[in-house]
Design a protein around this ligand. Structure first.
Ligand code: NAD
Length: 275
């Protein structure tokens, strides 16, 4: 049996768009899927569709930003489908406003759903993955807006940079284990999030298939559109130039030296109170 056949997955934001595409692709690859979403009505319809076609799926109504709801949601999924070994933190929201016009509530909403939701999902399932052992995988859906600035959606963009940061740290902390980490950074995908703009973009079901292939191959960063590459290359060139312009007036940095020597700087450098 080829992984993820026979595995059980938990996918958030699965009632529509990219989450539904990933859920469908996981089912097609032989996995059972718990589809979690805040939209219970749409969720029921898509779970009916998947089960009518012979897939194993269960609907889990969940607001990913509700800390107290996560353990019960995970328990319900595992009671229905068996132990989860794949977590897809995909649910997301966006606010359309430049930073100067972004309200604190809009800022918090982006961070609660897009970042805290991913942290809560990870902390709920990671301890179960570690306790049980065996192959497991966590995928976070970020965005190209998590790698480059997109003016006009600053709260969203900052939250997606946080999602990429969360994923990068998680990968380091889980290196050498059987738990893989990936981060999906879509460009434009034709979903409810973009349809109002008539923006076109990739088909979410094809993105779901791309994601399953990437998980099978153990890929970390999953971009959907290669035409962003020169934009990112410009950002990286700016970083390299800033380092080339640095005059090293402060002398060597102890953290950098330890990391370069393969030593964990936190054990040596963090004050006791910061642990
Ligand atoms: N569509 C794009 O072009 C695009 C590009 C980059 C990144 N993304 C990211 O892809 C992910 C999926 O978005 P999409 O494009 O499929 O949009 P979508 O609106 O079709 O799907 C988002 C889903 O998340 C659910 N959701 C929203 N808040 C939730 C919450 N608090 N708890 C549980 N579920 C919640 C919604 O009900 C919806 O079903 C998001 O994280 C989004 O930021 C999308």
């Amino acid at each position: 049996m080829t992984w993820p056949s026979g595995e059980a997955a938990f996918v958030t934001g699965a009632a529509s768009g990219i989450g539904l595409g990933i859920a469908r692709a996981l089912v097609a690859a032989g996995a059972a899927v718990a589809l979690a979403d805040v939209d219970g009505t749409r969720l029921a319809a898509v779970v009916d569709e998947i089960t009518a076609q012979g897939g194993r799926a269960v609907a889990i109504e969940l607001d990913v930003s509700a800390e107290d709801a996560w353990a019960a949601a995970a328990d319900r999924a595992e009671a229905a489908l068996g132990p989860t070994s794949i977590l897809v933190n995909n649910a997301g929201v966006i606010s359309n406003a430049p930073i100067a016009e972004t309200t604190p509530e809009a800022w918090r909403r982006n961070f609660r759903v897009n970042v805290e939701g991913q942290f809560l999902g990870t902390s709920t399932f990671l301890s179960r993955f570690i306790e049980r052992g065996g192959r497991a995988h966590i995928l976070n859906t970020a965005s190209m807006g998590g790698l480059m600035p997109i003016p006009g959606v600053g709260a969203y963009c900052a939250s997606k940079f946080a999602s990429v940061g969360l994923s990068l740290v998680l990968r380091e902390e889980l290196r050498g284990t059987d738990i893989g980490v990936s981060v999906l950074t879509p460009g434009t995908v034709a979903t409810g999030m973009t349809a109002a703009e008539g923006a076109g973009g990739a088909n979410p079901d094809r993105v779901g298939e791309q994601v399953v292939e990437a998980l099978q191959a153990g890929r970390f960063l999953i971009p959907t559109h290669g035409d962003f590459e020169p934009i990112l290359a410009n950002i990286h060139r700016e970083i390299e130039q800033a380092f080339a312009d640095t005059d090293d007036r402060h002398g060597p940095d102890p953290s950098a030296q330890m990391i370069l020597a393969g030593v964990d700087p936190l054990n040596e450098l963090l004050a006791d109170g910061a642990r």
